[in-house]
Design a protein around this ligand. Sequence first.
Ligand code: ADP
Length: 621
Amino acid sequence: MKQLKSDVRLIYKGFMKIRQIRPWMLSLVVIRSVFEAISPFITIYMSALIIDGIIAKYDFNTLITYAMLAITFNFIAVISIKILDKNINLFYEEFNHKFDMILSQKIADIDYANVENPQTHQKLQKIKELRNLNGTGIWNLFSSASLITKNFFKIIFSISLTFSLFTLNGNNDSSNILNFATSKLCSILLISCIVINVILTMYSNSTSKKNYFAILNGFVPLNRIYFYYFTNFIASYHAGKDTRIYNQKNLILSKQNDINNNARLITSKIGKNEIKYSSITIISTIIITTLVYLFVSLKALAGLYGVGSIVKYVGSINEFIDSFTTFMNEFASLRANNEGLIACFDFLDIKNVLYQGTLPVEKRYACDNGDNDYEIEFCNVSFKYPSSEDYALKNVSAKLKIGKRLAVVGMNGSGKTTFIKLLCRLYDPTEGIIKLNGVDIRKYDFKEYYSLFSVVFQDFKLFSFPLGQNVGSTVDYDIVKVEETLAKVGFTKRYSKMKKGCNTFLYKDFEEDGVEISGGEAQKIALARALYKDAPFIVLDEPTSALDPVAEFEIYSKFNEVVSNRTAIYISHRLSSCRFCDDIAVFHEGKLIQRGNHDTLLANDKGKYHELWNAQAQYYA
Ligand code: ADP
């Protein structure tokens, strides 16, 4: 009972979500269901009238009027269904589109901590997997809503038309069999048979469906593996090199073959399940239909009603059996569909926990004609990743002044990138606070605070969009500014070879004439994107790791010009490339252990900087 309650609550939540995303759609579905439900009963009812009319020798005009009425009612119903269908399909497309947008928007809006959490991606993945598998999820609610309402109305109409059949009990003693057929007992027995048939059909349908879903679930891991091979080996030409060098063809093909064999086994199980349970339904339906015909005909023979009513009663009872079974089954399907709804809401209900401040950030950046007076201060900041027991940063205190060049150095895993993630508010400190111009950064409006930073992360991502959109990060960008920034990062030579200029697609995923770019070129484009965004702080995390020495020198030699009056924070484990920075912060095991310029730090021969410098210097020598 508790389970039923929570299932119903979830289904209600699903319907409310649909209503919120595409209002009126469900109302149209219900109206269409009424038309769909009434249509067969008009035919049944009017046919009975016409047959009775013919037998009673009604005049031709009356009979034609009945026929015309039946045709007109059905015509109106069919036309209305068509018109409603057109709008419902349109609404359904809109709903699908909006729901996909909501999923994308959600992943863009959730706390970054959740983006780094693999569970978040598994949740999103599950929504897609269940949807691709059998449409399970919020989408299934439409067909269920339509079937449930349609069959609900059909049940009402069929009961109204057959009610008199069971109340008309005669007192005929012409023969035993007719006597029995017209008795109350016979009515009760037939109703019981109908109920047994409905229960049997419901049982076999719901068991068959349950088995079907259980068997189908076997496809989920297979699909996942298949898409893994598809994206990583077949569709990704990047893998082409490895597969050839290591002769991996047979390895991959044998794995794919295993998937296909398993898939064949699953399909065969589905077939067997279908045959087993549908035969139960077919046999029981044949038996009950025969009994209904017998019962209705015998009552007619006993003179309780005319031949026309035979059509009406038989048709209505068949409709009742069919609609009641579908109605109950759909309820079972609706509950089975909850697995998909849970997946949808598991993802959509992920809560943001980062404090959402409201303070606007002062517009002091020089580009906005401000005095550029920004200061960021880390006050005794410590941080643990949500999934970790250990501190990634411990008691870090540091001030960053606008216009300065700060290098953050240290060995791998020393906390450099974590320091940047906290600075940009991708995470909040576990302890301590970070201040912008003396105010805790949590109090600032999130988006405004982000606007202060341009970051080239080590694992930056460029999209298979045109070059200009990648640099401008918008659909409509300033082409002159894009070209200027590309020139600043030394991309001019490569750019001149791009026939479509800023409209050249990066990579070939969407466009055949998209261009392949090297790791170094990608880094230059990412750098141009960072410069295009006129943010007062620019953070470069190993920005030249993929550049050749000439390109690296080119960027460094004009680094001051490129960065201009921004505050630049430059992260690297290559100490030689930090010498141009006037301020160097040395991180070790999550702590900021030294700070100063190159000469002062090097002079301290007991310091970490001195040790790291000497360890690396032998390679430069
Ligand atoms: P660096 O940039 O100096 O190489 P990081 O800041 O990336 O170092 O990492 C500091 C520590 O935090 C390392 O021990 C690393 O394993 C851990 N770490 C980094 N990212 C995560 C994460 N998303 N979840 C858990 N631990 C992490």
